[in-house]
Design a protein around this ligand. Structure first.
Ligand code: ZN
Length: 179
């Protein structure tokens, strides 16, 4: 196991679109090491999602793990640890977007309010290379979009409509948490 360094905003890898992970390399030792490192790093940071470019691996791989009922985002639908390889998002209903205060391991100490579509489908390969599809709504839909943005070189701050809704953690908790 290995906890890897998480790149911070300003590192060029975070701004470079990631390449599709070679399908014939899924389930190899290298792939399993990558996944284990991503899991270890996610847990070390107490995060809910991590994309491979955040640890300087320029491929389309992300991991997400959400404990049900957790944290400041309110009552949450849980999502067990899962690996998403070469994910593709389809917006099922873009008519009713909603916002959440997002944070990012690559932008420590800062939160921002981002509005995104709330009903999506994700087609992806799992850690065994099996094609899967999942529909997601609400906060989970936001998490998918945040993580998969990383695979295209995008960060949540790119999607902030109102820069007044950008705050450091302490100010977020003091002035915006009840929003
Ligand atoms: Zn992020």
């Amino acid at each position: 196991m290995a906890v890897r360094q998480v790149l911070r905003m300003g590192h060029p890898t975070l701004r470079t679109p990631a390449a599709p992970y070679p399908v014939d390399q899924i389930a190899t030792r290298n792939f399993r090491t990558l996944v284990q490192d991503m899991r270890d790093t996610l847990h070390d940071c107490s995060g809910i999602g991590l994309a491979a470019p955040q640890i300087d691996v320029p491929f389309q791989v992300a991991v997400i793990e959400i404990e049900a009922g957790r944290t400041r985002y309110g009552e949450l639908q849980g999502s067990p640890f899962q690996v998403y390889v070469n994910p593709v998002i389809t917006v099922l209903d873009g008519q009713d977007p909603a916002g959440y205060w997002e944070g990012c391991l690559s932008i420590p100490g800062i939160r921002g309010y981002v509005t995104r579509p709330q009903h999506i489908r994700v087609d992806y390969l799992d850690e065994n290379g099996k094609a899967r599809s999942i529909d997601a709504s609400g906060f989970l839909a936001t998490v998918f979009q945040h993580e998969f943005d990383h695979l295209e070189g995008r960060l949540f701050i790119d999607r902030i409509d109102d820069t007044k809704l950008l705050a450091f953690d302490a100010e977020f908790e003091a002035f915006h948490l009840a929003r």
